[in-house]
Design a protein around this ligand. Structure first.
Ligand code: OAD
Length: 251
């Protein structure tokens, strides 16, 4: 697949702390659309009209219909071999008394459905937040009842619910950001998988890890903004590459 496989595996086997920083590309082989590039969501839709607080104020039903569609697609999707390889690796590393963690920009729950926990920097598709009382609840209803008839989902307090996603112009939850930077600061190896690495502050994890001394391994069929910071770049879909690269025992 790539000439560096044995070097990558050797670096991974030695690593005591491994972090996976994932983006939309890790779910592409599950049929979940990416944001940028051919077929990306932001080619068909303008983010500021659908994924921003002002869009929600202007037309909450339109925004909800967009997320309802994405929730339905995500519910139909299944974790692919990339998600499974990461989850199995995380379990194996932890069982060996080492550390492995996932920091994702994805709002789908495919890492969890493969059996791993993840820090979700950009929120979660299957959580809703009340615009009135702020309460966050898990919610897997899709289609969301009432949307077809023009009514918005409501909290028990009567407030309008919104998807618990970090929209353009909003701040990431500082607890998530702190957790992500904490993990990456100590990583021996950082995998950067399926992200164009253009959305900040998430993209800042890569230079941060590099400054902290991590070996950075990119898995992405395309060149990205992070590529020149990586010790290894694996130009292949993650569902194909990760099962091979992560077939490693701790050394
Ligand atoms: P992007 O859509 O920007 O980038 C997806 C990346 O995945 C690209 O670099 C592709 O080359 C790569 N890719 C495609 N298929 C792949 C595959 N099978 N295996 C591996 N990589 C593949 O997605 P993100 O970087 O995640 O924010 O986007 C970052 C943020 O921008 C998202 O979290 C979202 C969006 O606006 C919010 O929702 C707040």
């Amino acid at each position: 697949m790539v000439p560096d496989v044995s070097l990558i595996r050797a670096a991974v086997a030695r690593a005591h702390r491994v972090v996976f920083f994932t983006g939309a590309g890790v779910s592409a082989e599950s049929g979940v659309a990416t944001f940028r590039g051919a077929g990306g969501l932001w080619e068909a839709y303008r983010p500021e009209e659908l994924a921003s607080p002002s869009a929600f104020r202007a037309d909450p039903l339109l925004v909800w219909r967009f997320y309802d569609h994405r929730r339905q697609k995500a519910l139909q999707a299944h974790p692919n071999p990339g998600h499974h390889a990461i989850a199995a690796f995380v379990a194996r590393w932890r069982a060996a008394g080492r550390s492995a963690a996932i920091v994702t920009q994805n709002v789908d729950d495919l890492h969890e459905r493969a059996g791993a926990d993840a820090v979700h920097l950009h929120g979660r598709l299957f959580e809703v937040r009340c615009t009135g009382c702020g309460r966050v609840t898990a919610d897997r209803r899709a289609p969301m009842p009432g949307l077809d008839g023009g009514s918005l989902p409501e909290c028990v307090c009567g407030g309008v619910l919104r998807p618990n996603i970090v929209w353009f112009g909003e701040h990431l939850d500082p607890r998530d950001l702190e957790a992500a930077y904490g993990l990456v600061s100590k990583a021996d190896v950082l995998f950067v998988v399926g992200t164009s690495a253009v959305v900040w502050p998430a993209a800042g994890l890569v230079p941060h890890a590099r400054r902290a001394g991590a070996t950075i391994i990119e898995v992405n069929p395309e060149d990205t903004d992070a590529s020149d910071q990586c010790a290894f770049t694996v130009r292949a879909p993650s569902g194909q590459a990760l099962p091979v690269l992560l077939d490693v025992e701790p050394a």
